[in-house]
Design a protein around this ligand. Structure first.
Ligand SMILES: Cc1cc2nc3c(=O)[nH]c(=O)nc-3n(C[C@H](O)[C@H](O)[C@H](O)COP(=O)(O)OP(=O)(O)OC[C@H]3O[C@@H](n4cnc5c(N)ncnc54)[C@H](O)[C@@H]3O)c2cc1C
Length: 550
């Protein structure tokens, strides 16, 4: 059954008597997260996953809450972190410059944060299923202000794991990242973008091509292990990490520091997994009823941190955030026949080309001795490039085969002279097929103008006073979500949490003007992006999808 808007001000998903996942919808609206998602490397059994399986802070669902956060990925977790750490716990003080009550300072009724997660495990959406990269886009961000915001988010996360002494616990590894451009056309496009960078950002990236010969001039293509590439952009600031461990550390810490109040369960931080939100109802007093399969909750405010699933509760967003499925494999690295050693990669990678199939793969390596290669992308091998797909309970065979067969030996040979990655190995080629320990999918939220949507949800999108959202990272949320969550927490409380002057870039703000502009100009915008080679691997199918849905 499809979802529908039942009446103005009430967004309600049609309830499914036998199965909460409605299956494919032709409307473009995302369904609920699949009940039996594919097995992600990051979600493998551990003490923490044991503890969090079916986790509920209180056996019963509270009937009211100050703030309900829907979704327990990196966005929801950091929003809860900022709201609770900055307000000291139970009550969010509203000193709002926006919405009703603007200018007033008051304690809102109720208390605490109630986080609702559809799945049995917290953080088992995109954050628990991604490629493990945190790399700010410097030259390929849509604007310099977004690049600055991503760099700030990266620096925030780096400082966060250092300050809390959890770099080891979450496998944070600071490294440079290499974007290898495999054809002349895409390399020329990348260089043009770098040349356009403002001075402050230009120093963040290094351009390397075959003219770079010796060590004294910096790394060569061969040093970078991409000798067959036409050129590479090396970004100085990047990291790899185990994102699920970071988010569950945040959640554990909040549960310890802000336990739910005795009796009512309305104070502190209350996490309820296995509780899909089925609908939202706007009440006359500015509050919201949050409808779940376990009963209703009256909330002073609601924050939607659902990323690719946003249109499930906000159908009016379905042309603005499109669910797109991405696939990843964890591959055992090949061993050198003579020494039995495996290559240790000093960088993380992205591979870009336009030839035959657009390439958009990303690669990082887990620490040795295992050294598994977390290799994702290759959506051009998926049916309809997996645009509009919100189910992550299956892997696509064509993508899986490509990922297993495409990587070796490049860039994994020990002498760094690997073959060109455009030489796609033939099916069943035993010398290059790597063994997969895990193969999985996850759902990204592609934004119609490629920038996230952060702010109060306007009435025209099914929102109103006290309904907020933060989503639409277009497959690139790790260097955006944590500070986007801080921005939304600041908007909710109406005060800055630090004196660093950080502001939400205008391009990320959810305003009716932006919605209008984006809807009117999307075709042009996406066509421009389509022509820009560095976008070509990810955006053309979105053009088709949004043209169809507009
Ligand atoms: C395969 C893949 C690879 C990626 N690789 C990278 C990468 O390497 N680097 C990078 O920067 N980004 C990457 N991304 C994107 C990145 O993972 C996301 O941008 C980011 O994790 C979004 O975080 P989030 O918290 O907003 O959303 P999510 O992590 O998706 O969390 C949303 C949560 O909301 C829950 N939810 C949804 N609907 C409901 C409902 N109705 N009721 C209750 N709960 C609900 C979901 O179950 C989910 O847990 C990748 C994404 C995918 C899918």
């Amino acid at each position: 059954m499809d979802f529908e808007i039942l009446q103005t001000g009430i967004i309600l998903c049609s309830l499914h008597s036998s199965n909460i996942n409605p299956g494919p919808s032709s409307s473009g609206q995302a369904g609920l997260p699949s009940t039996n998602p594919s097995a992600s490397y990051w979600l493998q059994p551990s003490d923490v996953s044991q503890k969090f399986g079916d986790y509920r802070s209180t056996p019963d669902l509270p009937q009211s809450a100050d703030t309900v956060i829907v979704g327990s990925g990196i966005t929801g977790a950091f929003a809860a972190w900022f709201l609770l750490e900055q307000t000291g716990g139970a009550k969010v003080v509203v000193r709002s410059g926006v919405g009703a009550g603007a200018g007033k300072e008051e304690n809102s009724n109720g208390g605490g944060i109630l986080m609702l997660e559809a799945r049995r495990q917290p953080c088992s959406g995109a954050t628990g299923r991604n490629g493990g990269h945190c790399q700010p886009f410097v030259y390929s961000a849509s604007t310099p202000s977004i690049a600055e915001f991503e760099l700030a988010t990266y620096q925030f996360l780096k400082a966060f794991v250092e300050e809390h002494g959890i770099a080891g616990a979450v496998d944070w590894r600071t490294l440079k990242t290499v974007h290898a451009y495999l054809t002349e056309e895409v390399w020329e496009g990348a260089k043009a973008l770098v040349e356009k960078l403002p001075e402050g950002l230009r120093g963040q990236v290094d351009l390397v091509d075959e003219t770079r010969k010796g060590k004294e001039g910096g790394e060569t293509l061969r040093d970078l292990r991409v000798p067959g590439a036409k050129g590479a952009v090396v970004q100085k600031h990047a990291a790899s990490l185990w994102p699920w461990k970071l988010v569950t550390w945040v959640l554990e810490r909040l549960l310890e520091r802000f336990p739910v109040g005795k009796g009512t369960g309305e104070e502190g931080f209350n996490l309820q997994t296995n509780t899909p939100v089925l609908g939202l109802e706007k009440l006359g007093d500015g509050k919201w009823t949050v409808i779940t399969n376990r009963g209703n909750i009256k909330a002073n405010r609601v924050l939607l941190a659902m990323n690719g699933y946003t249109s499930n509760l906000l159908p009016e967003m379905k042309d603005l955030i499109v669910p797109v499925r991405s696939q990843v494999a964890s591959l055992r690295p090949p061993k050198d026949a003579a020494s039995g050693k495996v290559a240790e990669l000093d960088y993380s990678y992205a591979f870009v080309s336009e030839e035959q199939f657009p390439r958009d793969e990303y690669l990082m390596q887990r620490p040795l001795p295992g050294g598994e290669l977390i290799y994702g992308g290759a959506r051009s091998h998926a049916e309809n490039k997996a645009v509009g797909v919100w189910q992550d309970d299956e892997v696509e065979r064509g993508v899986a085969t490509y990922l297993r067969q495409n990587l070796a030996p490049y860039p994994l040979d020990l002498d760094k002279t690997g073959s060109t990655p455009t030489d796609t190995p033939k099916e069943g080629n035993e010398t290059t097929e790597l063994e997969a320990t895990h193969q999985w999918t996850g759902i990204m939220g592609f934004s119609r103008d490629s920038n996230p949507w952060v702010g109060r949800v306007p009435e025209s999108l099914g929102g109103g006073e006290n309904l907020y959202m933060c989503a639409g990272y277009t497959g690139h949320g790790m260097p955006q979500a944590a500070l986007a969550a801080r921005m939304i927490a600041e908007e909710i409380t109406g005060k800055p949490f630090a004196d660093d002057g950080l502001k939400l870039p205008r391009e990320m703000a959810l305003t009716e003007e932006r919605v209008r502009w984006v809807r009117e100009n999307t075709k042009t915008l996406l066509k421009e992006q389509h022509q820009a080679p560095e976008w070509s691997a990810t955006m053309p199918e979105l053009l088709t999808a949004t043209e169809r849905r507009a």
